[in-house]
Design a protein around this ligand. Structure first.
Ligand code: ZN
Length: 351
């Protein structure tokens, strides 16, 4: 082989290697609804609200990073169905301190501690005093998450079996990162080329909505956000801040309440509960305005097929998936709508 052909061979090989690694390393994102139940009730085995965002590339099935947003009842069960151990989570973000978004956390952190997983970032808003005078505290919630298991003796008992488990119990695994929610997006967590921003939104004191930006795409997790104006007349039931956060985003995941539960329909559902959420039609309109490609509805009130929502009858009988889809389309959204069921997933970009 003369020198010229060696150069060709080297160059050719490098080109081939670069092409192969680029093909293998195409970044991707998978958004999975780990629970779609709205509110304290339980219906038909649905898990409490939560969203798993996985990011990586084709070589690791988009799973190099795993971020959990809210962790309602049964989150760990849903994660187990897609082969995700609580040990693998990189961070958990909470939108607010309502049980339907937090009840599954004890299960996750207990098992992570039992399995001797590493410390876990818990990201949420700092203590927030409500207009009624009480304080919503994510920090205290996390720091006291395993108190019952300390009191029962279990933590001491399991440490006696294996004293390499963290001494203070599951809460000591949590690295709590709090922030003061603002009306403009602020970066609250980042790792490598993944950035998570938060914005203040209205539901209860301390509520925040999140946006994840990755080289593969972006997703907004709105939580239970509603408009700052708590009742009509107002331009929309959706949050102006979430809309700002969602400008140009690929995917919106958002709780929603169907107009059928509105005070004008006579279900008896309390108006304050109805008005502090985003109505389905308004969400469709917001998704259109920000240019989102996908809208994933979750935390559906009422649940599909439910005769009652919590304690109130659904006027006209149970809703279907088509009813939610119709409500989104009435808002003008022509992108892809996913009416959430537990473990509904979206890969971005599509394969
Ligand atoms: Zn909720």
């Amino acid at each position: 082989m003369n020198r010229f052909s060696i150069v060709i061979a080297l160059f050719g090989g490098m080109w081939l290697a670069a092409t192969v690694s680029m093909a293998e390393a195409a970044p991707c994102l998978i958004v999975t609804l780990t629970g779609t139940q709205a509110g304290p009730s339980v219906f038909n085995g649905q898990a409490g609200a939560g969203t798993l965002v996985r990011y990586g590339d084709d070589s690791n099935d988009c799973g190099a990073m795993k971020l959990q947003f809210d962790a309602g009842r049964g989150t760990n069960m849903r994660l187990s169905q897609i082969g995700v151990s609580p040990v693998e989570l990189n961070a958990i973000f909470f939108t607010h301190m309502h049980g339907d978004h937090t009840e599954g956390f004890a299960d996750i952190i207990m098992l992570r501690w039992y399995l001797k997983g590493p410390k876990l970032d818990i990201v949420c808003s700092s203590d927030a005093v409500s207009v009624l005078g009480f304080t919503n505290s994510c920090r205290k919630f996390v720091m006291h998450i395993a108190d019952a298991f300390l009191q029962s003796g279990e933590i001491a008992e399991r440490r006696s079996e294996d004293n390499t488990r963290v001494a203070g119990g599951p809460a000591d695994l949590a690295n709590v990162i709090t922030f003061d929610p603002k009306d403009e997006p602020q970066v609250v967590w980042s790792s490598g080329d993944v950035k998570v921003s938060a914005i203040r939104s209205t539901h209860i004191a301390g509520h925040a909505s999140y946006r994840v930006d990755t080289p593969a795409g972006s997703v907004v997790v709105g939580g239970d956000a509603g408009n700052d104006v708590l009742a009509p007349p107002r331009t929309s039931s959706t949050s102006d801040q979430v809309e700002r956060l969602a400008k140009g985003v690929d995917i919106i995941v958002h709780s929603t309440t169907h107009p059928v539960l509105g005070p004008d329909r006579g279900s008896g559902f309390p108006p304050f509960g109805f008005y502090r959420q985003s109505e389905t039609t308004d969400l469709g309109a917001m998704a259109k305005r920000v240019g989102a490609k996908h809208l994933m509805l979750t935390h559906l009130a009422p649940s599909i097929g439910a005769v009652r929502h919590n304690r109130w009858n659904v006027p006209g009988g149970p809703l279907t998936e088509a009813d939610y889809r119709k409500a989104v389309e009435a808002g003008g959204f022509t992108g892809n709508t996913i009416v959430g069921t537990d473990l509904a997933s979206l890969r971005f970009p599509a394969k």
